[in-house]
Write a protein that binds this ligand. Structure first.
Ligand code: SF4
Length: 599
């Protein structure tokens, strides 16, 4: 057995040789060995008694796993539109030139590779990048020059200036959640005092809806899980905040982790779950140590583990799993597949996770913010919580504000706040367009800024990207289309092909080769994606294109060769050479212009 095999064996054993731990095993093996060689995949497959194809399939699915050698320094620039607006493309080109490496390639000596990745959740302090998986923020020319020198000198990343890795919360507006006082265990004690049914009743009265985007009523989810067959229930926290422009969960995990974990424990109290899993996006792996520390403190305080707060039979603990760069895993069933150590392919529903989720067990999957909000309900009661916001959207909402504004950051508002109010507060007097809800969300033009952030008007998982008149709505939409084409999991043909076609049409328009009929084709692809996609990624992929096409049509039309131009093809003329070679020039060798062969 060589060193690589010995390391893989140790990692697999640490994970109890559980196939459901495959993704975690691959992440750790790559960390130890640099990349996942064919040999190490074979070895891991044998140790887990899994088909090698399954292991290779998982390794090939996630962007942050490499089955080929990559640089000892892996630098991935965040490629969200807000990073581009801050000059990320020039910075990437500058770094590549300085290190003599082509974008997307590894330097010949294996020292460094530089590439792009999808949004890293640092839009309020970009441009950002990941260096060996750890976020570096506020990139500018001097910092990029320093990074190039550190790489050349082969200074280990942990010895780089800590300032590079500083991630600020940038909380700009506080309300009930961000401004409240919280003592660990307080919310749990209040919920336990009400009993399991009484606590669920408070949740029902609060009408809390999921903050991850779908807006499903949390109490209904919890009740379905509680009532489902099977004793081994599970609570999953979806901390895979991958929607471009969203970063509010990052702030909650950084400074409100106790509330998030207490929310998970409240869900366990309601449902009877004994196991908790947090799925943390790979881009936030720098938070892993901190989150584990918070869990350890909670365990020591009797807030996790056996007999929580002295209650016999209330046993619950939480484990953290890492993602590895797959946006689709934010979809709850894809996330469950990933937690089970598989490719993140969305499942067919029903059955819903509440009845058949993680490893077939009844599972509650809630977003980070949703779980943190549950602590407010335990403390204030459902009625007090529901008194804020609107009839269908109770409580407050955290918004991740970025782009052309004076104060990017996290803002907490009661649901129902107008877009105009948010723009005023963040200092964006010249905003022309706002993308609410991220790449899959809604594009609003200035005449819609009176609209309200709420499930009944403009729903949002949290992203709020601001664009002024200097920005090109077409380029914003094109960036999002590239994102979806990259992130499509490839499971269903309409999305796999449709997102790729959409990208092709947008690139064609960008190159000045487009015609009016391309715009009609884009609308046709939109219908295809909306009607035939297996999951929300495919159906929402064209949203920004269609919105900008309707609301900012000149941005598209000025790229067309001519509004009247109709591409055509003269088949008869094209066949002239063939006629000459075959010596034919009779009527049957010609098209008559009607599409009929001449007679
Ligand atoms: Fe995968 Fe796209 Fe199909 Fe969803 S719609 S399952 S992301 S291919």
């Amino acid at each position: 057995m060589d060193d690589a095999e010995r390391i893989a064996l140790q990692i697999v054993d640490r994970h109890r040789r559980e196939p459901s731990q495959l993704l975690q095993i691959l992440i750790e093996t790559q960390e130890a060995l640099g990349h996942l060689s064919p040999r190490s995949l074979t070895h891991i497959a044998a140790l887990l008694d899994l088909p090698r194809a399954r292991v290779e399939g998982v390794a090939g699915f996630y962007s942050f796993l490499y089955d080929h050698p990559v640089g000892r320094y892996r630098i991935l620039f965040s490629d969200n539109i807000t990073d581009r607006m801050l000059g990320s493309q020039d910075l990437l080109a500058g770094l590549c030139a300085s290190l003599c490496v082509a974008p997307g390639a590894m330097s010949p000596d294996g020292l460094v590779s530089v590439d792009t990745t999808s949004c890293t959740g640092m839009c309020d302090q970009g441009p950002a990048a990941l260096v060996n998986g750890i976020a570096v923020t506020r990139l500018d020319r001097p910092r990029v020059a320093e990074i190039a020198e550190l790489v050349r000198q082969q200074v280990p990343v942990p010895e780089w200036p800590s300032e590079y890795f500083r991630v600020d919360d940038n909380i700009r507006r506080r309300d009930a959640l961000l401004g409240g006082r919280f003592l660990p265990g307080e919310a749990l004690t209040a919920a336990m005092r009400r009993g399991r049914d009484g606590w669920l009743q408070e949740m029902r009265i609060s009408n809390l809806r999921g903050r991850g985007g779908a807006g499903f009523t949390t109490a209904v989810k919890w009740m379905s899980c509680r009532d489902a067959q099977g004793a081994d229930k599970v609570v999953v926290c979806n901390a895979d905040e991958g929607e471009p422009g969203t970063f509010k969960d990052r702030v909650l995990l950084t400074s409100y982790a106790d509330q998030v974990f207490e929310g998970m424990t409240l869900a366990a109290w309601a449902t009877g779950a004994r196991q908790g899993l947090m799925y943390l996006r790979g881009e936030y792996r720098y938070l892993l140590r901190h989150l584990k520390d918070v869990l350890a403190v909670r365990r020591a305080a009797g807030l996790l583990g056996g007999t929580i707060l002295g209650e016999p039979g209330f046993d619950f603990d939480i484990e953290i799993h890492l993602g590895a760069g797959a946006y689709v895993c934010g979809e709850e069933t894809a996330l469950l597949e990933s937690l089970e150590g598989k490719r993140g392919t969305p499942r067919i529903r029903p059955p819903f996770p509440a009845t058949r989720g993680y490893l077939g067990r009844p599972t509650v999957v809630n977003n980070v913010e949703t779980l943190a909000k549950a602590t407010l309900i335990a403390l204030q009661g459902g009625q007090a919580f529901a008194a804020t916001g609107t009839a269908q959207s109770t409580g407050t909402k955290l918004l991740s504000v970025s782009g052309d504004c004076a104060a990017a950051g996290v803002y907490e508002y009661p649901f129902g706040v107008t877009v105009a109010q948010v723009l005023e507060d963040c200092g964006a007097p010249d905003a022309e367009m706002v993308q609410v809800g991220g790449a899959s969300g809604v594009t609003l033009a200035s005449y819609e800024f009176h609209r309200r952030i709420a499930f009944e008007d403009v729903p949002s998982a949290g992203a709020f990207m601001v664009f002024n008149s200097r920005r090109d709505p077409f380029e914003v939409a094109r960036n999002f289309v590239h994102f979806f084409a990259h992130e499509s999991c490839g499971f269903c043909t309409p999305c796999r092909v449709g997102t790729s076609l959409l990208k092709g049409y947008m690139d064609k328009l960008a190159s000045g080769q487009g015609a009016k009929m391309d715009l009609a084709d884009i609308e046709w692809i939109d219908r295809l994606l909306k009607n035939a996609s297996h999951c929300g990624l495919g159906s929402s992929a064209p949203n920004a294109v269609i919105d900008t096409l309707v609301k900012f049509r000149p941005a598209y039309e000025r790229r067309l060769q001519s509004l009247e131009f109709q591409p055509a093809f003269d088949l008869d003329a094209s066949l002239a050479t063939a006629r000459r070679l075959t010596g034919r020039d009779d009527a049957n060798a010609h098209f008559d212009g009607s599409g009929e062969v001449g007679r």
